[in-house]
Design a binder for this molecule. Sequence first.
Ligand code: CNA
Ligand code: ZN
Length: 505
Amino acid sequence: MPASEIDSDELEELEQAAEQEELEDADLQALIDEAEAAFPEERIKELKRSVQELGIRGWVQHHVIGKKFNIQHFLIAVGVLLPKELRDSDVPVEALVPVLKAVLIRLLRQRERLAQYNTPDDAVNLIKTARNIVVLTGAGISVSCGIPDFRSRDGIYASLAGKYDLDEPENMFDKEYFMQQPSVFFDFAHSIFPSNFKPSPSHRFIKLLEDKEKLLRNYTQNIDTLEKAAGITRVLHCHGSFATATCTDPACRHKVQGSEIKDAIFKQDVPQCRVCQKRKQDARSKQGRSKKQKTTGGASWKDQEDPDEEDDALPGLGVMKPDITFFGEKLDSSFENALNADRPHADLIIVMGTSLQVAPVAELLTYMPHRIPVILINKTPILHFQTDIMLLGSSDQVVQYLCTKLGWELPKPDPVKEAVGADSEAKKQELSRHRVAPAIVEPARFDQASYIWLWPDAEADTLRCAAQAESQSDDSEQGGNGGENPDKEEEEDTTPAGGNMDAAQ
Ligand code: CNA
Ligand code: ZN
């Protein structure tokens, strides 16, 4: 996945700066004429199609590197006006490449729906014929297992409100905040630590795709390791998991199994690194001191001669932090590598139980070729990315429906596979009681021509508001009575604005 050095907000700032400049600049008009001659409309269409097919890296390699490609002309031809300091002919290519990448990302976000796919039957046929399905999952598929998601009405963010002194609920998963106050995270962590949870029918559906040799890869944003419990092997934990934990001291990085910090987590203690503690103890006894040990971490042992200096250190240093990706932490290269490996092979994308608010994983849809059909299975609609068939409701109910239509049976939960630190005896007993109710419910179509289908527990308010706002704006454009509706203003306020991907991580 391409890294851009400027994000979409910064790109907009550049464009606004350009707008404020003198538009009757004769040089500018000449540049626009040259750009239009170099990149006529048909060529631009072809280049847009090509970026959807090749991805950014492939596109740059194919069209730009070693070719006579004028980036300034291209940007103008796609409607991006840059400020004067970036329009001059002697601007180095290195200054333009980040802008080019940000513009390509913008173009990629404009995925268009594939109009030939609409119904649950189409979804069934797509799954039946697909051979390389990419499944992108999020917290929603584990909600029925008893693990709350982030953004639902009764999700983690809502439950954190007022309980902890956080400026934003997201701070609970913010690396900088963690280093200042690890105790806040560990006070809460027991409620999401995967222990005796069992996989949901949605997890088992993914396992079934794998058994049928249709699963290319499950990209999961989840950290609960329930994919492992379901027996899924072709899985990438994009945001890490509780399966292991690592010391936060960069000079130590001692790693342990997640099960080793389970007790501390359930006691709501901050798990300390044994190696760092021993080092501090040794340093103390060497200096013939016998001071009471601090319980909230210490300074990096590489930088520290005197253990007393730890008083000035970040409290989060020398703490065993579960290997889950916090806001402010970069993903390792495995996500990008997997995407590059999968993009030539994928023939269907299923997005399940995610709000697609967290970058860069949410950008998966933009980086996969746009000709690949996308089925969304989620409780709430997603409006900031175009998907082809929206199946809205609890994912367990939807996958049960799909399985029945496909003539497939979901595999039974496997009592042998464990999530992190699971108590296998208790788990076996619970699983032996577990039965999947194969009740299938027919969905209702959202409106006549729509590709959106609602199961009873779908939460489609935002969709209704969006549709209403759209019809009102159509009415007012046509001189209708949309402007006279006294509720209009209020409804427009509730219309979803779409996710801010750049701000998310
Ligand atoms: P999110 O932003 O909370 O979105 C969850 C989505 O799932 C929402 O769109 C809901 O409408 C939808 N949803 C809720 N219940 C269901 C259901 N029963 N069936 C279908 N859809 C449902 O969470 P995301 O995963 O999009 O955000 C990514 C974050 C959340 C990752 O960094 C995770 O690590 C993090 N997270 C993970 C877990 C977990 O591992 N189980 C739990 C909570 C948060
Ligand atoms: Zn350590």
